[in-house]
Write a protein that binds this ligand. Structure first.
Ligand code: ADP
Ligand code: MG
Length: 395
């Protein structure tokens, strides 16, 4: 992939940067600015050279039309604070306000275009529609830098089509993400241990399918553990269970056995009569009382997982071990995160909720080898897929 250096002297040049600013919001308050922070190195590298930086990004799921609820205004303000210089926000994406905002940029300044998903063409399946938006975006700039790792698995106008129209490069975040994740997929130092959790098996079929032959050990927690336990013949009470995936999971268990890959399932779980209840207890996985649901892995499982993580040279983790959003159900996720910090192996955290959990639980990001900013994109890389927003930068 081409890098920013390959674009040559950028002083005075207008550089369009696709960033991922899809941050969680509570009203207009940003509750986790990790993605904005992750975008800073590229933006600073460009401003330091005297480029005129135009950032394009999306926030939330507006329905292809302007919606004040999803304005990037809070992001512009936070980005300005973090950069230590004001960030002008255009009132539209490619209209009069965007053009005027870009025209007013001086060398080393940064402007942000309004939410790219206010324009339905951004996510259109129609090449011509996306192309028309990409033409308008490209007309604002002299070069394009792709740095929104969280969207590189999408064939969208501001991710893919615009790269076909301008001299382009990968930003530092995209480079770092791809390097860390590809290494884990293609050439991991062994033992290679993968920890999978999160809500559903069905969200992660592709990853499980790909990793079953590549990893040395798969540790399974989170909501998906109950479908695995069921496949092994355990009763799981009212825990999250995907009946229609039980056969698929049985297939995975057989495949793993054949490939000599060890699948480690929890031996105990924290159960409660209902979500949010403080009437919880730890039980063995073969003794889950009817009418209770498993909300976290238990301490014996956490110790088992820790041991495997400490013995590994490469660890990829996707998906919380329990409903970490409630402190009472966060111990398993905390234990796994702590093991990732304590291991000598290279640790990779992928998945939106997993990365958020690490920060929410108060861990220092510096303790991990790599924390991915991309949920779907990191999963697709772990699946071994080719991502359109990466492939277009490699041409
Ligand atoms: P990621 O975004 O990291 O890929 P997921 O989106 O797959 O992770 O899963 C995260 C969600 O899984 C969290 O909101 C968490 O509450 C939920 N979860 C974890 N364990 C359980 C469980 N035992 N039962 C229900 N939900 C769970
Ligand atoms: Mg998620």
């Amino acid at each position: 992939m081409k890098t920013i250096e390959d674009l040559g002297d950028l002083r005075g040049k207008r550089v369009l940067v696709r960033s991922d600013f899809n941050v969680p919001l509570d009203g207009t308050t940003i509750t986790d600015d990790g993605r904005i922070r992750a975008a800073l190195p590229t933006l600073q590298a460009l401003t330091a050279q005297g480029a005129r930086v135009i950032v394009v990004a999306h926030l939330g799921r507006p329905k292809g039309a302007p919606d004040a609820k999803y304005s990037l205004a809070p992001v512009a303000a936070r980005l300005g604070e973090l950069l230590g210089q004001p960030v002008a926000l255009a009132e539209d994406l490619v209209g009069d306000s965007a053009k005027a905002t870009v025209a007013a940029l001086e060398d080393g300044q940064v402007a942000l275009l309004e939410n790219v998903r206010f324009d339905a063409r951004e996510t259109s399946k129609d090449d011509a529609e996306r192309g028309a938006l990409a033409d308008e975006l490209a007309s604002l700039a002299d070069a394009f830098v792709s740095d929104g790792f969280g969207v590189v698995h999408r064939k969208q106008a501001s991710v893919y089509d615009v790269a076909l129209r301008l001299p382009h490069a990968a930003g530092t975040l995209v480079l770092a993400e791809v390097e860390a994740l590809r290494k884990a997929v293609e050439d991991p130092e062994r033992p290679y241990v993968v920890v999978l959790g999160g809500a559903k098996v069905s969200d992660k079929l592709g990853v499980i399918g790909n990793l079953i032959t590549k990893a040395d050990k798969l540790l399974i927690g989170g909501g998906m553990m109950f479908t695995f336990l069921k496949a092994q013949g355990h009763e799981v009470g009212s825990s999250l269970l995907e009946e229609d995936q039980v056969d698929t999971v049985k297939g995975y268990l057989a495949q793993a056995q054949e490939a000599g890959v060890e699948i480690v399932l929890p031996v105990d779980t924290l159960v409660a009569p209902e979500f949010g209840s403080d009437d919880y207890q730890v039980v063995a996985v073969d003794a889950i009382p009817a009418g209770t649901m498993g909300l976290d892995i238990g301490p014996k499982s956490a110790a088992l997982f820790r041991e495997a993580i400490l013995a590994a040279k490469t660890i990829a983790w996707n998906g919380p071990m329990g409903v970490f959003e409630r402190p009472a159900y966060a111990e398993g996720t905390k234990a796994v995160a702590q093991a990732l910090v304590d291991t000598d192996g290279f640790s990779i955290v992928g998945g939106g909720d997993s990365a958020a959990a690490v920060r929410l639980l108060g861990f220092d990001e510096a303790g991990f080898g790599h924390i991915s900013t991309g949920g779907g994109a990191s999963l697709e890389l772990l699946e071994g897929k080719t991502l359109p927003g990466i492939a277009v930068l490699e041409d």
